[in-house]
Design a protein around this ligand. Structure first.
Ligand SMILES: Nc1ncnc2c1ncn2[C@@H]1O[C@H](COP(=O)(O)OP(=O)(O)OP(=O)(O)O)[C@@H](O)[C@H]1O
Ligand SMILES: [Mg+2]
Length: 361
């Protein structure tokens, strides 16, 4: 009798992060003890392709996705991707205790009170955060996303020849990546830390305040690194590409003090978004404030921004390193291999998506 050798089924997930300035692809192999990045793609998009979360030029985006896949050299076509922006609402709600099957029905009625869109126009999802918060009530995380946007997103992926197996939310991908990389978020002086995860993209900033691996407050604001690029262009009279270079941390011959003052002036909207999220948190009675801010996304690399925000908000701020606790195949990052520090914060969403195991959302 011939015995076939035991072949370990390879389980991997492709995370596809379609940003307004860059498409990022990360494939993670989950078969070992430590998640391992096995493929990577990083493709810039022209600024006119996606504007404020809206797809303005479908074919540019589809070509970008295809190029990213080609560059990454992946062999499979199922992808986990995500949506973000104002058309996505994430809210913590309290409702009567019930079994998840019953909640499925009840959440529809619950959502009507919490979602500012016509309920027939949204896709709904939920997760029970706490099964029992007393008085026969449970706490549920409600996620509503405009059907239009989700359908457009899914059809874009299909038109690029891929299969969208999970459509997640950017903020949750950031949280997923953060929790994977940082196991020390637990207790501090007997109390679990309240951490504000701030993913600054090109157009949109995702704010997600978490405690004990569970979100308290999640919101996207229409501020991103592009606002800083515009200010730099205007104040220094440089072109768009030079503006992006400076905002990405390559100061070149530029005067650091001047850049610092431009960044400080441009950080008002972002700071206000942070302040507001803390006010909501306090008003909801969820926590007295935040203990720590962790930045990710391309905007985390804006020169001096981390220190300016730390000073403004009077707290510890760090830049997330999504590679902690993750392995990667040698040579997988190609020309970016020696620029890993630079691109690391930009890969947070893609890695968070690829960390989802197939069949487990
Ligand atoms: N090495 C880099 N290459 C390209 N852009 C960089 C780099 N480092 C920082 N950046 C900045 O990061 C921004 C892109 O960040 P990110 O990839 O997080 O945004 P995005 O996902 O494309 O946008 P959004 O999520 O808002 O749609 C660029 O606009 C640029 O300002
Ligand atoms: Mg993004």
């Amino acid at each position: 009798m011939i015995t076939l050798p035991f072949i370990k089924k390879k389980t991997s997930t492709i995370g596809l992060d379609i940003g307004s300035s860059l498409i990022k692809l990360v494939e993670i192999d989950h078969s070992g003890d430590v998640p391992r990045i096995v493929h990577f793609g990083f493709t810039p998009l022209l600024p006119e392709a996606i504007v404020e979360g809206e797809i303005m030029d479908r074919s540019l985006v589809i070509d970008g996705i295809r190029e990213c896949f080609e560059q990454a050299g992946v062999l499979r076509n199922e992808v986990v991707s995500a949506v973000s922006g104002r058309a996505v609402i994430v809210k913590k709600v309290v409702m009567d205790k019930m079994a998840p099957e019953d909640a499925q029905e009840a959440i529809f009625w619950e959502a009507e009170q919490h979602v500012p869109f016509d309920i027939d126009d949204v896709c709904l999802d939920f997760q029970i955060l706490h099964e029992d918060i007393g008085a026969n009530q449970m706490e549920v995380l409600l996620v509503a996303a405009k059907k239009d946007m989700v359908n457009t997103h899914a059809s874009l992926i299909r038109d690029a020849g891929l299969i969208p197996v999970i459509i997640d939310v950017d903020s949750f991908a950031v949280q997923n990546c953060f929790e994977m990389n940082r196991e020390d978020v637990g207790e501090e002086e007997g109390k679990s830390k309240v951490v504000s995860l701030i993913n600054i993209g090109n157009d949109v900033t995702n704010i997600n305040i978490i405690q004990n691996n569970s979100p308290h407050f999640t919101r996207d604001i229409s501020v991103g690194s592009d606002n800083f690029t515009e200010s730099v262009q205007k104040e220094l009279g440089v072109d768009y590409n030079e503006g992006v270079r400076i905002i990405s941390g390559n100061l070149g011959e530029q005067d650091g003090d001047k850049i610092k003052s431009i960044v400080r002036k441009s950080s008002g909207d972002l700071s206000m978004g942070i302040e507001r999220s803390v006010s909501f948190l306090k008003a909801a009675g969820d926590a007295e404030g935040i203990d720590e801010i962790v930045l990710s996304g391309g905007g985390a690399r804006i020169p001096f921004l981390k220190d300016i925000l730390a000073e403004k908000h009077g707290m510890e701020i760090s830049i997330h390193n999504p590679f902690e606790g993750i392995d990667y195949e040698e040579g997988v990052f190609g020309e970016y291999e020696d620029k890993l520090d630079e691109i690391a914060p930009l890969l947070t969403v893609g890695i968070g998506l690829a960390l989802r195991k197939a069949g487990k959302e």
